[in-house]
Design a binder for this molecule. Structure first.
Ligand code: MG
Length: 223
């Protein structure tokens, strides 16, 4: 990177959690996906292949199939979320360099995650950055409807009362940035796959979040 990213118009810093604030190499999400499949098999009695399809659908396609399934089997969101996020965090290391990089960002710092509240709390505490964020829009706040459902973005913008033109959104999922860009946010795709992205709604791409944040030009503190 030769040119420093110009983020001088940003006063609201919005971050995805999983595989954005910690690296994909941890493979923590594989554990969570496995727990979702196990839970779906447990409540429905479906074979693994069909349970896999429901898990993929929730994370990757229609977004809203799982809440219906839970209601049908009289399972509460809390029971489901507690089960699927009950994973060991030994794969996620503390990250003091990321802490320094986030600390220098002026304005509000927020998290927008498809994970549960307890998961966001555990993971950010393990990384050592929990206290740097004002608030988390988690999957319970979103009534179990995950990104990239457009309604969830509108809900999140209203919930935080944020101005998209002054908001930067950091994500490891290209698709999750599309609607954010349509709303007027500055989008940053993070991760080892980022540089290959050709999507025109991605404003910046970086393999690693910390050096990107450290190199960015930021708004000067007002006098
Ligand atoms: Mg993610």
């Amino acid at each position: 990177m030769t040119e420093r990213p110009d983020l001088t118009h940003i006063d609201t810093w919005l971050f995805d959690l999983d595989e954005t604030l910690y690296p994909a190499e941890t493979q923590l999400m594989d554990l969570i996906r496995g727990r979702i499949v196990a839970f779906v098999m447990k409540i429905t009695g479906l074979p693994q292949e069909q349970a896999n399809a429901i898990q993929r659908g929730w994370f990757e396609e229609h977004g809203a199939a799982l809440p219906g399934l839970l209601a049908e089997h009289k399972v509460t969101a809390t029971e489901f979320l507690t089960f699927v996020h009950d994973v060991p965090l030994d794969r996620v290391p503390p990250d003091p360099d990321l802490r320094i990089a986030i600390q220098r960002l002026p304005g509000r710092r927020l998290i927008f995650t498809n994970g549960a509240e307890i998961h966001a709390k555990r993971v950010t505490e393990k990384i050592g950055i929990a206290d740097l964020f004002e608030d988390v829009f988690h999957i319970e706040t979103g009534n179990l409807v995950p990104k990239p459902h457009p309604g969830t973005y509108a809900h999140m913008v209203g919930h935080f009362n944020l101005a998209p033109a002054h908001t930067a959104f950091f994500e490891d999922s290209e698709r999750n940035l599309e609607h954010a860009a349509a709303l007027g946010m500055t989008t940053i795709l993070v991760g080892p796959h980022a540089e290959q992205s050709k999507a025109d709604f991605i404003h910046y791409r970086t393999a690693r979040l910390t050096p990107f944040l450290m190199s960015a030009r930021l708004k000067e503190p007002s006098l």
